[in-house]
Design a protein around this ligand. Structure first.
Ligand code: SAH
Ligand code: F3S
Length: 485
């Protein structure tokens, strides 16, 4: 099994994004996204901003006036991929499209800033994750023949006032950003540097965006953020400034459990998911809110990174192995059918064989439904990059990664087998990749189910009897519509 990117659908990595074209727009934008779902959603915001500047999207690189690549810095491999794409754009530019402009967006733009212009000669435009509203001005600069850079990180920006243009949408499920940035400073992670400090979006604008999605017949909304459980709205600004807010603002603040409750109550027929939950910020209020609403899906992505206390400490994760296990116990106690998934990093600085065994042991304890596993990749500028020795040899990292992935696959199968014989509600999200006569959807636990299409339609909620499974997919037969239609 290949290493997998978390919450990322590998099939959409680097896919040029298309929107419905407007007749009055004359310029052509080719926009590609790499990395996390947040980047995919940011590209939808960028497309909305550029739509107003006269750009339609295209999938043909050769005909683009403007090429934008939304980049990821999380591991070295992600950056290498983007550099290869830049070489490709360069060839097209030289061979057939001399006036084409190229811009780099997202985390690599933020990390490398002006260096991009020096290192990658073809780049005209460098824009960090908080500066997309400045794109019209920056493009003006570029069109006048100057390079343009804006990598200023913001205290306020949540793009709450921009209604994203949905790109490559299945028309059924969509993502809505609720927080930006991260304050956690895990020592291995570049995100706090590239996406800035944590801030939450006004619940009013979140609910309005969801309403507009529901009006367009969307059936499932995933609330997005680096750390959604840390959501806190008290009138705007950085989370770390909460203590400085007025007493009134503090007293009327909205936390994540309350936001979830508001969403689920206002839109009882809409399914809600959220990602990602940092264990240290996960409150039992959230679990109780999930238990209260049928339309909040029973699945939590709860990255742990390691099962060893020594590693958790070195990573600056704010909880111990024991605290994590207690949280998991409580979750299963309150919602026994809950599905959990992990992110794991193997081979972090100083990881011993015993630390690695602790990780396998923790996995055995939780038996995660899904997992996203990575070998540690040192990132420049992070505390680990500056102060710790990346001392686990590559072959050891590789072997440990294989062990972790193999164990995860065993647990995934254990979990999928538990669905056999049950009748489960599935939201139809598209045609199965393997069989055009079958639908593909997910149950509340986020497990993919395929079943014969019969008379059912995209976007229907259907009860499906589960008859067979692999470690990744359930197979079944529809037995009727669910009561959610
Ligand atoms: N809180 C974020 C985490 C983003 S990073 C979110 O899930 O929205 C996603 C995952 O990448 C992390 O959970 C971690 O497992 C992995 N990761 C981050 N930095 C890494 C590094 N330097 N090397 C390897 N994996 C890393
Ligand atoms: Fe990164 Fe840790 Fe935040 S993994 S995104 S610093 S929670």
């Amino acid at each position: 099994m290949e290493q997998v990117e978390k919450i990322i659908d590998e099939r959409i990595q680097g896919k040029a994004l298309v929107t419905e074209n407007k007749k009055e727009n004359s310029k052509k934008l080719f926009i590609e996204s790499y990395g996390c779902q947040m980047n995919m959603n940011d590209s939808e915001i960028v497309a909305a901003i550029l739509d107003k500047q006269g750009y339609n999207t295209t999938q043909v690189l050769e005909e683009a006036d403007l090429v934008l690549v939304n980049t990821c810095s999380i591991r070295e491999k992600a950056e290498t991929t983007v550099r290869k794409r830049l070489q490709k754009y360069n060839r097209v530019k030289q061979e057939s499209n001399k006036t084409m402009k190229v811009g780099v967006l997202g985390c690599m733009a933020e990390r490398l800033k002006e260096k991009f212009l020096e290192e990658e000669k073809i780049v005209d435009l460098v824009v960090g994750p908080d500066a997309y509203k400045d794109l019209p001005n920056l493009l003006e600069e570029v069109n006048e023949g100057r390079d343009a850079v804006n990598v200023i990180l913001s205290k306020e920006e949540t793009y709450g006032d921009i209604s994203p243009v949905r790109l490559n949408s299945n028309g059924v499920s969509a993502f809505v950003s609720i927080t930006r940035g991260c304050d956690n400073m895990c020592t291995f992670c570049v995100v706090p540097f590239t996406r800035g400090r944590e801030r939450s979006r006004d619940p009013k604008s979140i609910l309005e965006e969801i309403q507009s999605m529901v009006d367009k017949n969307f059936k499932e909304i995933t609330l997005l953020g680096q750390n959604v459980d840390s959501f806190l709205w008290f009138g705007g600004g950085l989370k770390k400034d909460f203590k400085k807010a007025t007493e009134m603002a503090q007293a009327t603040a909205v936390d994540f459990a309350q936001l979830l409750d508001m969403c689920a109550t206002q839109f009882p027929k809409t399914r809600f998911r959220f990602s990602t939950s940092n264990p240290q910020d996960m409150s039992l209020d959230v679990i109780h809110t999930m238990a209260k609403h049928k339309n909040i899906c029973k699945y939590i992505h709860l990255p742990v990174q390691s099962g060893s206390n020594a590693m958790l400490k070195a990573m600056n994760r704010q909880h111990t192995r024991e605290e994590y296990m207690e949280l998991v116990d409580n979750i299963y106690k309150i919602i026994p059918e809950m599905a959990l998934s992990q992110d794991m990093i193997v081979g972090f600085c100083g990881e011993t064989e015993q630390d690695h065994k602790d990780t396998l042991d923790l996995m055995e304890y939780v038996k995660y439904d899904f997992g996203f596993m990575f070998a540690y990749s040192e990132r420049p500028g992070t505390l680990a990059g500056k102060k710790m020795d990346d001392d686990v040899p590559a072959d050891v990292k590789k072997r440990r990664l294989t062990e972790v992935i193999d164990l995860q696959q065993k647990h995934a199968l254990y979990r999928t087998q538990a669905h056999l014989g049950k009748i489960e509600e599935v939201l139809i999200e598209g045609t199965s990749k393997k069989n055009p006569n079958e639908w593909k959807g997910r149950n509340t636990q986020n497990t993919v189910i395929v079943f014969p299409k019969e008379h059912y339609k995209l976007g229907d909620f259907v009860n499906v009897k589960v008859e067979d499974c692999t470690s990744a997919t359930l197979k079944g037969t529809a037995v009727g519509y669910s009561d959610n239609n």
